[in-house]
Design a protein around this ligand. Sequence first.
Ligand code: ZN
Length: 202
Amino acid sequence: MVVESERPPLPRGLITLITGCMFSGKTTELLRRIDGVDSGLALLFKHVIDTRYAIDAVVSHGGKSCAAIVVDGSAALLHRIPNDVSLVGVDEAHFLDNGVVAVVSELRRKGVDVVLTSLNCDSWGESFAVVDRLTQIADARIVLTASCAACGEAANRTQRTTPIIDGNMIGGAESYEPRCVRCWRPPETLHKTLRLDTPSRS
Ligand SMILES: [Zn+2]
């Protein structure tokens, strides 16, 4: 684990962004932090598009899981949070629209801690606009790396290993593996064609 920058923790209302490539342990770290909060005081959210391992739970690549509320956008997220919650977790925040930035800012203002995970970049090595904004407002950022599937060095890129069909980028180990920047290659499919179809780009 590499901690790129971490400001001193505030009493309450801290936005923590956990980023990295696929298989870098982002969700495992999120679930560890959720586990550290009394049950009933933490809520976990995921986007409806992410059905890779379970529909209504967040599951790490290592198999650990936690029940999650499924939302189709940032507006739905804010409406589902009761007043007595002290920590909100959001898995795979790159799937969400830009409105999530205002939502987590509002939660921080209310004194609610927010922990989000996100890919550091897409299969073409480009950042997500919503993640760029979250990076700007986060109080703490944790950057995780995986082990390159080709050479074993530290990996910070996600390698697509199967053809992209109809712009569908959702997948797990059958379609992706971690790579270091030297072993990583972008897909041959044109990026701009997919931007129109990929929800994470909204
Ligand atoms: Zn490598």
